[in-house]
Design a protein around this ligand. Sequence first.
Ligand code: XUL
Length: 506
Amino acid sequence: MIDQSISNTTQEAVSNDSHFFLGFDVSTQSLKAQLIDHRGRRVSSCTVVYHTALSSYQTDHGVLHGANKEATAPIAMYLEALDMVFAHMQKEGWLMERIAGISVAAQQHATIYCRESMGAALASLDKTPNLRSLVDHLSRTVAPLWLDDSTGDDIDRMEKELSDMGCGGDYVAATSGSPFATRFPAAQISKFHRDSPAEYHDTTNIHLLSSFMTSVLIGRHAPVDPGDGAGANLLDLSTGTWDGRLCDVCAPGVLSKLPPVAPAAGRVGWVSSYFTRYGLTPTCRVLVGTGDNPAAVIGSGAACSGRVVVSLGTSDTVFSAAPPPPTGQPALGHTFGHPAGGWLWLACFKNGSLAREAARAATGQTWAEASQSLMGAAHDPTLPVIQPFILCDEITPPHPATPLPDGLGRAALPALCLAQIRHIKSTASGRLGSPSTIILTGGGSQNDGLTQLIADVFNCPVIRQDTPGSAAYGAALRAWQAGCGVGWCVVDGVSAGERVTLPRGE
Ligand code: XUL
């Protein structure tokens, strides 16, 4: 149910009087906790997997799939998972009284709708038996997730209203860093107002999941950081405050319901006395929360610019510290605030590991056999050129799925992987230029052939960051950085992996 891993070697190195820092990642499928020591080294971690540990919520790996491409999750499940994880840490003898700082990372774009009574409920948390009781103060018991694709009509309406106001063209992307996206809060809030006007009007505070879980930790409404806030399609990146026009077209009164935006490096408060039952002390400080991607930039060793993280998973993601957003026609992808200050650019590709698996199956080979064919693929002029969007409609850029051509045989996997990696490279270079180093994470980082192909296509060294949980680790590192005043490049030195793959010449 709970998977715990404690690294004994690291624990032995911890001195008796040192502090620890704790990071959470409230992700789609699980809630992970990562404890690090006063030198930023991983000490202990544990994970509550919702599907198995909290099966009574009947989610499919953390998700409730509804009609018309709706995807939500019960908020009670996240709250219960937080209690479970704290109880587990205490039971396993984590040195709770020595935890000096905590920070939260959470899946981006999920929104939580609170009634007015939530403020008082948070303030008197220590009188409640468990965190789950907070659901009585929600105006909506589920949170729409980043997997939700049900808000196309809301985007059409908001685009039309903006254009009627004289803010057509690229106003949304140029202001908020992203074109309207169905999974982003602007569209989700609009839909909630359209579907449930009474509940919407009963809502006084709309949180992102990172700011909500941080609110729970400090026992009062917390601000949101520019990293997660920019994933709302409502933030003006140039001022770091919510944009009046975008809020106006979203839903009535939304500006007054959103949390204030606060710099990512700031402390928002001390931990609520509720958590002293788990052994935390009231002097444990809590940082502004952030999204899982901004946290993963830190946890992957790419806080400083020049390093580009490629994460190969169910969907593929590429992200990096980035120059200021362009003023003209924006590039593909999204610009968010960077936890270390400045900007972070991210693009998400839906055709990831499931597409690679379909191509591998088309070769009739095992993964071990098919992976060999990736080693020389970058410099193989005989490989057919195919589309990287073979399995599902792509979002970066919007493009219908184009199934694998027939008769590729053993060329199916190398041809697809080459097409995918060239596509990731060309999308990223429009915004980031040429990287000095790629940091490779996700399940794909286990594959030697894929790693070599990335080194060859990008023509730069690839460092494999194959320790799982970069968002939870990044969250813990943020708490360490703020608590000990460590420089960000020192943080990179601690967190980057060590397995390097060099590019091969033609
Ligand atoms: C980013 C995105 C996902 C979520 C879930 O825009 O939608 O990466 O953050 O992890």
